[in-house]
Design a protein around this ligand. Structure first.
Ligand code: U2P
Length: 210
């Protein structure tokens, strides 16, 4: 009995569902990562080239994630062919690395119901239609900023976005991501409650672009 209760609690607590059905989801989250934060937390230790001086990366495409109204599918069983090396390498200009493109296909792209080529093309279109506010590209100095101010900057730069369609995340005292909620044809739509719950800190650090 105890074990059954534990299993049910575990399932209810887990927002990700391994083995969803490709194409069976409610909306997309376009996730934009602040590269200087990723570098400080992960990339510098790996000596990743996207963190080198002169790389100039600010907000980059983290992923385009099929979502349920609550939670999301991941690692869907699919007959779609995995992307070629060339396809993942071609995403590095906006994602920072081919490795991330591969990971995002396996975890999220397989749930899109699209071929790898169409999934990457859609992700590129979603990223390309989003205007990065001028203050962040490039950011010439370290900035302590309220997450709401990051949201406001994106709303101002992107007519069609409002507070319901965007969320900013933070961690380790840094702004980490901007998440924008989109319909299947990439129109802004309200985020699910789980995605909308963003950074709870009153402010966080955005380090300058390198
Ligand atoms: O937040 C940590 C990681 O969980 C995945 N995630 C999070 C929220 C959400 O709505 N959807 C989602 O997929 C992301 O995993 P990744 O793609 O980085 O492996 C996110 O980084």
């Amino acid at each position: 009995m105890r074990a059954a209760h534990f299993l049910i609690a575990l399932l209810l607590a887990s927002p990700a569902l391994a083995g969803g059905r490709p194409g069976d989801f409610d909306y997309y989250v376009l996730s934009l990562g602040w590269t200087p934060s990723w570098c400080a937390e992960t990339g510098d230790t790996r000596q990743d080239a996207q963190c080198d001086g002169g790389a100039g990366l600010g907000f980059t495409l983290h992923g385009l994630w099929p979502q349920y109204e609550s939670g999301w599918p991941e690692g869907c069983p699919t007959s779609a062919r995995p992307p070629s090396r060339r396809q993942t390498a071609e995403m590095a200009d906006i994602m920072g690395s081919a490795g991330l493109a591969w990971h995002e296909w396996k975890k999220h792209g397989t749930c899109s119901g699209l071929t790898a080529g169409d999934y990457f093309a859609l992700a590129r279109r979603a990223f390309g239609q989003t205007h990065i506010p001028a203050t962040f590209s490039p950011l010439g100095h370290d900035l302590r900023i309220a997450p709401e101010a990051v949201e406001e900057a994106f709303i101002e730069a992107n007519p069609g976005l409002d507070r319901a369609t965007i969320a900013v995340t933070c961690g380790q005292g840094r702004i980490e991501e901007v998440r924008i909620c989109l319909t299947g044809d990439l129109q802004p739509r309200p985020c699910g409650a789980d995605v909308a719950r963003g950074c709870a800190a009153s402010s966080a650090l955005m380090e300058r672009t390198r």
